[in-house]
Design a binder for this molecule. Sequence first.
Ligand code: PLP
Length: 399
Amino acid sequence: MSDPSRPTDPDPTWGTATLGVRAGEMRSEFGEHSAAIHATSSFVFDSAEAAARRFSGDEPGLIYSRFTNPTVQGFERKLAAMEGGDTAVATASGMSAILALLLATLRTGDHLVAAQGLFGSTTGLLNNIIGRFGVETSYVAPADTDGWRAAVRPNTRLFLAESPTNPLCELTDIPALADIARDVGVLLAIDNCFCTPALQKPLDLGAHLVLHSATKFLDGQGRAVGGAVVGDAKIVGEDVFSVLRTAGPCMSPFNAWIFLKGLETLAVRMQAHCERAERLAAWLDAHPAVERVYYTGLPDHPQHALANAQQSAHGAIVAFDLRGGQAAAFRLINATRLFSITANLGDTRSTITHPPTTTHYRIGPELRAKAGINDGLVRLSVGLEDSDDLIKDLDRGLR
Ligand SMILES: *Cc1c(COP(=O)(O)O)cnc(C)c1O
């Protein structure tokens, strides 16, 4: 780095861990080793002429932190490098990343195809808010590749999927969906919240766009709410950025600093989460009180091979059905001590949830049955405690 103020250009041969630590790093004149927080709402100009050139776009540079901010740009560069995208735009939350993408790519009269069982607020956004502006959504089972093709209409512009899904960890065959998207000329966006670029790179698998709730594993310590859209220089760098800069759901410099520090440890944290989750899934699978475990890391999971093809590990989310239904699920949840009873995920602290009465309560019994969400379902987000302690805690709860 000859010029210390310039961000490190990632080497194309670097792995995801190296990119997380080194990519997009930028130094001020003080030569700080760890990224600085640029807590400023605006930037000054040398002269009226310089201000005019910045505003007209004749001269690149910083103007106002709703548009761009160096700390936020540091997070965006690191994440874009890790996902293998040209550029990233950071947003105030995961939901505002999805909103910004929809506003940037759709107009009244357009149609999109989305995966059934998307994150609840995403479905609410599509049905109750975007729907009011004359954009229609069709839903298809995430793994039903032919169903995606069949749902395409002349006005379809976007495919939107999460892989794996919450809470049952169903996968979408991303390369197959990307082939269909290219065939029919629609954009494919993948919400990569559960895997993160440490485990899965949707752009390498053929997707056009990646969505993130940075609130989850990118932070990884449950401290801040944020999001991002990653993709190419035109759709993300121009279209999404222009929505964000005008509509304003931007990320604060302080939160961007938390997330960029989170990215530095993402690869090793995800590895540790996955090791623990794999142990817990295998232990639960052998437990007599457990009817079924939903974890693609188990060799008999129907999508085990697909998971191995598109992910480098199986993630931190483990769901399972208890034989005793809701009563057994509540007994377990109330008896555990180490697991926090909260719907959040992607934290150092393991969490335990009963999806049918919390995150998936509002969709009603009929849609729950259709989605395969049984009354005895329990979802874990496996944190970074010792797996022996987590197993002891579950064992007590199941007895
Ligand atoms: C949490 C979550 C979101 C929304 O993110 P926020 O940061 O809470 O706005 C979107 N998609 C998935 C898969 C999530 O888990």
